[in-house]
Design a protein around this ligand. Structure first.
Ligand code: NIG
Ligand code: FE
Length: 424
């Protein structure tokens, strides 16, 4: 018998989400269910997956978990978060209920720049502590890999502080982290609304420091990419500024991502595709022709429906049309203190199923294998396949559709991260 650390057996369903690349279009409907399935784990990696009748008797496991009546699926990947920040914006939540819009609050000096104030005032230790609590909650809800953006520092010193925090979280927290430099998130108040001058500051001063930091970080050492992102929007960065920031980032060795078409379509999608962006995120007001372009591209479409929900919007990104044109769609929380104070991928899946007409299978692929590819982690995680990291969930129910169906609670019974059973 082959010695293994962990053996999960007799799962009602093992949902593999197995795929060579991201799943596209109609392929997103297929999750790969093995009934009465089993999974074996050694050295933190998956060494076997198949029907229990086939695997039983092969492995001598240090720990075996009987998954009768339960589902086994890949850990969720949250491909877009702003999980490191100081303070909160509960007061803005109330203002919005009373009728103020997100962009109005932002134009009046609230919004992102108010979080910048609190993030600058917080120490590195304080930011690590508060973000760790958020990651704990995300992990308990099944998220095992998280992309985290900077963008609440907006100066050399404060953006580097955020990067340090992100690196410490990756080192000390069980979740794996992928870093994104979002120096072009908002125009900080010392630039007095001069987006052009601040764009130059990002390109000439902050980005070079961030890229140098990355080169000697644990991320580069482990082959984890760093991304560069930009908020292309009115009151933030226009199309030309966004292009210059992304091109400078690519030149410095980072990979591109973009916040596009959240409130206004400034033409971000064609430009992001031209630059070979890994993903385009939000896509709320993206036009039909651009959706078709996405369908034929290698760029992953990442709608962020928790934002629409939290902003009380009735319109959602047309994820259904994106899949119908053959695009690879991923989901993410966009966890941030303003537009999406939401740590829960299951909640995001529930919203996507009801308001964007994803089926439960499409929502699960969008939250695992496709989300992993959106952050360059698709060869390591996002599916239950031999050789991948053992980032695995045991769900309370015996049917994966319960993740979005039985909404508002926590569908996860047990989280296994790199082969370790987490006590949460
Ligand atoms: O993705 N849109 C820009 N950035 C975030 C919001 C960040 C914030 O409000 O603090 C987003 O929605
Ligand atoms: Fe965002």
């Amino acid at each position: 018998m082959e010695p293994v650390e962990l053996y999960l057996h007799h799962a009602e369903q093992v949902v593999t989400c197995a795929s060579r690349g991201p799943k596209r279009g109609p392929g997103m409907a297929e999750v790969g269910v093995i009934e009465r399935g089993a999974v074996a784990v050694r050295d933190g990696r998956i060494v076997a997956v198949g029907p229990t009748t086939q695997l039983d008797g092969t492995f001598a496991a240090e720990r075996a978990i009987d998954c009768s009546g339960r589902t086994v699926c890949p850990g969720f990947v949250d491909a877009h978060t702003h999980a490191v920040f100081g303070g909160d914006r509960a007061a803005e939540f109330e203002l919005r209920i009373q009728g103020a819009s997100y962009l109005e609050i932002m134009a009046a000096g609230g919004g992102i720049v108010s979080t910048v104030r609190h993030t600058r005032a917080a120490s590195e230790d304080e930011l690590v502590r508060s973000a760790s609590c958020r990651l704990d909650e995300m992990l308990a809800l099944g998220t095992t890999t998280v992309e985290i953006k900077t963008g609440y520092g907006l100066s050399v010193e404060d953006e580097l502080k955020m990067l340090q925090v992100i690196e410490r979280l990756d080192r000390d927290h069980p979740c794996d982290i992928v870093p994104t430099f979002l120096g072009a998130h908002a125009v900080p108040i010392e630039f007095d609304g001069n987006a052009e001058a601040y764009t130059r500051c990002v390109i000439d001063e902050i980005l070079p420091e961030a890229a140098a930091w990355y080169a000697s970080s644990r991320f580069a050492a482990q082959g984890v990419p760093m991304y560069i992102d930009v908020f292309c929007e009115d009151h933030a960065f226009d199309l030309g500024q966004s292009r210059r920031v992304l091109e400078a980032g690519i030149e410095a060795g980072l990979k591109a991502k973009m916040h596009v078409d959240q409130f206004n379509n400034l033409g971000g999608v064609p430009m992001a595709l031209e630059l070979g962006a890994a993903s385009v995120d939000h896509l709320d007001v993206t036009g039909r022709a651009e959706i078709e372009m996405l369908g034929g591209s290698g760029t992953i479409a990442v709608p962020l429906p928790a934002v629409n929900f939290n902003l009380g919007m009735t319109e959602y990104a047309d994820a259904r049309a994106m899949m119908d044109t053959g695009a690879a769609v991923a989901l993410a929380t966009d966890l941030n203190p303003g537009s999406a104070p939401c740590p829960s991928m299951p909640a995001v899946m529930a919203i996507a199923c009801r308001y964007q007409r994803l089926t439960p299978a499409e929502a699960l692929n969008a939250s695992t294998i496709n989300a992993a590819h959106a952050i360059g982690a698709g060869d390591e995680t996002g599916s239950i396949e031999v050789g991948k990291r053992a980032d695995i969930l045991v769900l309370k129910a015996g049917d994966f559709r319960h993740i979005p169906y039985f909404f508002g609670g926590n569908p996860v019974q047990t989280v296994i991260k790199r082969g370790r059973v987490m006590s949460l």
